[in-house]
Design a protein around this ligand. Structure first.
Ligand code: UD1
Ligand code: MG
Length: 466
């Protein structure tokens, strides 16, 4: 029978180098806390149980992980004092005392690691005491160095404790280990805090395992994967790498990015082939962009859907909206939650839409606010139209505009109000009474022309000289 693997994720460190009041492992990379990326790896490796070590103030880590992975039961173990990675591992092991099998130790600050890479440890550990991931990097500063003897790993020495010659070694410890539960428990019990940082280093377990059936290092070729994030600068680097990875993924599926360096995609963005993503586009949360759509930047899209062949012009801000096939948005449009643009409809510049439907082929081309409105197919909403949905009270009032209506410029629609199909509203109207279908509504004062009065008026203002 295949041996079971428990994941132990260390996430209790102070993260002093981040200089933050947010726990280090909660700093996000591609919108997800670093530690959640690591939990994802453990889930992908089918680890069971998954133990996360948090500190005494780890309530937030616990809440966020529980909310992010509602289907995965996670075991939380509390490390009261941050005495080092070996101490954290001991606490994780004690949280699952009856577990038998292998343990996979992961650090919560290595967010770019891939599950497949971690999988290489399983085969490597067969017949040995321990396997660990290593990497050869250009700048090993700060990392533990891997000391080898032939093909075996003898030990890992921490940067701060390394001699000058050991610091020249460019093979680093990634911080991912696999080993039998019993051996790990015994080894972490034997680790002492006799080093520069007075911490119980988990890395000391490597030397202990090496004295048994041996420790074997699995070299990771992709140096980006192994980056530990301890500072804000390293966080920004990790973000950049994640972003490039996501863009490469979509490029391979037929998406054009006009300027990949200036595009920010969320992990949950799905883009179909032949979509074109312009300079400065940012997506957040669950975003879907269908094939042939073009999004010009700068534009922000959050939790929204952009239909096939739709055109989003630059400087648009789209959140919680559903833009239909062939629809056109912006430039300078704001679509707020609940905005729904049906096929071929158009929202032009300086138009704000909230919780409203714009029917097939309907248009609101300029300077308009549509809130809690339902607009039928083919209607035209003139420049400067406002749906007055708010009267200061607790409920917002609806405006219903039938199909084929023409709403003249500068109309105020005082909700709740209904315009029947094919009605025509004269420009400048204030409409507070329902309009029947096919009617013309004029809701404004009649114009008066006073012949010659302009001259008299000027004289009155400027005196005889005028
Ligand atoms: C560690 C390794 C180093 C490796 C590097 C890779 C040790 C002693 N050193 O160094 O060899 O090259 O990672 O990125 O392991 N943590 C706890 N409790 C503690 C201390 C730490 O849970 O008492 C957690 C932290 O939240 C973090 C992880 O363990 O997620 C690693 O700790 P960190 O302080 O970042 O170790 P490094 O100095 O990066
Ligand atoms: Mg670290």
């Amino acid at each position: 029978m295949k041996s079971k693997t428990a994941a132990l994720i260390l996430a209790a460190g102070k993260g002093k180098r981040m200089r933050s009041s947010l726990p280090k492992v909660l700093h996000p990379v591609a919108e997800m806390p670093m530690v959640a990326h690591v939990v994802k790896v453990a889930i992908a490796r089918r680890c069971d149980p998954i133990v996360v070590v948090v500190d005494a103030n780890g309530r937030r880590v616990r809440e966020i992980l529980t909310a992010t992975f509602p289907k995965t039961p996670l075991v939380f173990a509390v490390q009261e004092q941050q005495l080092g990675t070996a101490d954290a591992t001991r606490i994780a092991l004690e949280a699952i005392p009856s577990f038998r099998g292998r343990v996979l130790v992961l650090y919560g600050d290595v967010p770019l690691l891939k599950a497949d890479t971690v999988g290489r440890l399983t085969r490597a550990v067969e017949g040995k005491s321990l396997s660990l991931l290593t990497a050869r990097v250009a700048n090993p500063f700060g990392y533990g160095r891997v000391l080898r003897e032939g093909s075996w790993v003898k030990a890992v020495v921490e940067h701060k404790d390394a001699s000058v010659t050991e610091r020249d070694i460019n093979e680093i410890n990634v911080g991912v280990y696999m080993c039998d539960y019993g051996l790990m428990r015994e080894a972490v019990g034997a680790v002492r805090r006799n080093n520069k940082q007075h911490e119980a280093y988990l890395t000391d377990v490597v030397a202990i395992a090496s004295g048994r059936k041996g420790a074997v290092g699995v070299v990771v070729d992709d140096r980006d994967e192994v980056r530990g994030v301890n500072t804000r600068a390293e966080l920004a680097e990790a973000e950049g790498i994640m972003r490039r990875r996501l863009i490469a993924f979509h490029q391979n599926r037929g998406v054009t990015f006009c300027d990949p360096e200036n595009t920010f995609l969320s992990t949950e963005t799905k883009i179909q082939k032949d979509a074109i993503i312009g300079v400065g586009v940012q997506t957040y949360g669950k975003v879907k962009i269908a094939s042939g759509a073009r999004v010009d930047g700068p534009t922000v899209i959050k939790n929204a859907t952009i239909g096939a062949d739709a055109m989003i012009h630059s400087f648009s801000h789209i959140e919680g909206a559903d833009v239909g096939k062939n629809a056109s948005v912006g430039p300078f449009a704001r679509l707020r939650p609940g905005a729904r643009l049906e096929q071929g409809s158009k929202v032009g510049n300086f138009v704000e839409m909230k919780k409203s439907r714009l029917g097939r082929g309907a248009k609101a081309s300029h300077l308009t606010y549509l809130g809690d409105a339902d607009i039928g197919a083919g209607s035209n909403i003139g420049a400067g139209t406002i749906t007055c949905n708010y009267d200061g009270g607790p409920v917002k009032h609806p405006t219903t505009i039938g199909a084929g209506c023409f709403v003249g410029s500068n109309t105020t629609l005082v909700a709740p109000v209904k315009l029947g199909a094919n009605s025509f509203i004269a420009a400048g109207s204030t409409v507070s009474v329902d309009v029947p279908a096919n009617a013309l509504a004029l809701g404004r004062a009649r114009q008066v022309n006073k012949e010659g009065y302009a001259k008299r008026l000027r004289r009155k203002i400027h005196g005889k000289k005028a």
